[in-house]
Design a protein around this ligand. Sequence first.
Ligand code: CA
Length: 222
Amino acid sequence: MRLLLVEDDVELANHLQAELARQGYAVDHVDNGIDAELKAELEPYDAVILDLGLPGRPGLEVLQNWRQKKNRVPVIILTARDAWHERVDGFKAGADDYLGKPFHSEELVARLQALIRRSHDMAGQNIHCGGLSLDEERQQVTLTDGQTLELTGTEFRLLRVFMLHPGRILSKTRLTEHVYDQDFDRDSNLIEVYVRRLRDKVGKQRIIPKRGQGYLFVERPE
Ligand code: CA
């Protein structure tokens, strides 16, 4: 999962970025409205955390512009605690959720997880696909035979991307982008090693390598 964090408060941004990385998200951070607007047009983010009071261009205007251009990326806006009108304006502009400042990062993470599940038409606590159930809290997967396995951070991030995009070939570049943030050395074959380990855990017939293209998560293996 790849997130865009738009926040000009450096201290808050650093704190959130660290916390979101711990939760297995790859996070790009920008601190102004102009870069934010452009960034979400160039990169396919799974969700955006958008502060409203921003230098360059107000968050509300950024959001309106995305929606006008049919960019439907899920957006959580950060608003001042008592500013109810900001929340109303935010929803009118196309926000999916809001959080009043100050907030606990746990709440932001919980809202993000719920929002991303909803955007993939999944209800409930866990991510379900093809009989597998992925627990985002514990970073564990339950297989069709009822066996529950622990996943490493990277395996968890990879499997989450696979399970949210069944039946679609995901390139190594795409997978790398979802697993690591932008500062990570993307020029590596490490992703192959991680996918191999994940296939050993969830079954080789689940994740099929496609030569020169990437990998395919199969909902109903033969
Ligand atoms: Ca601000």
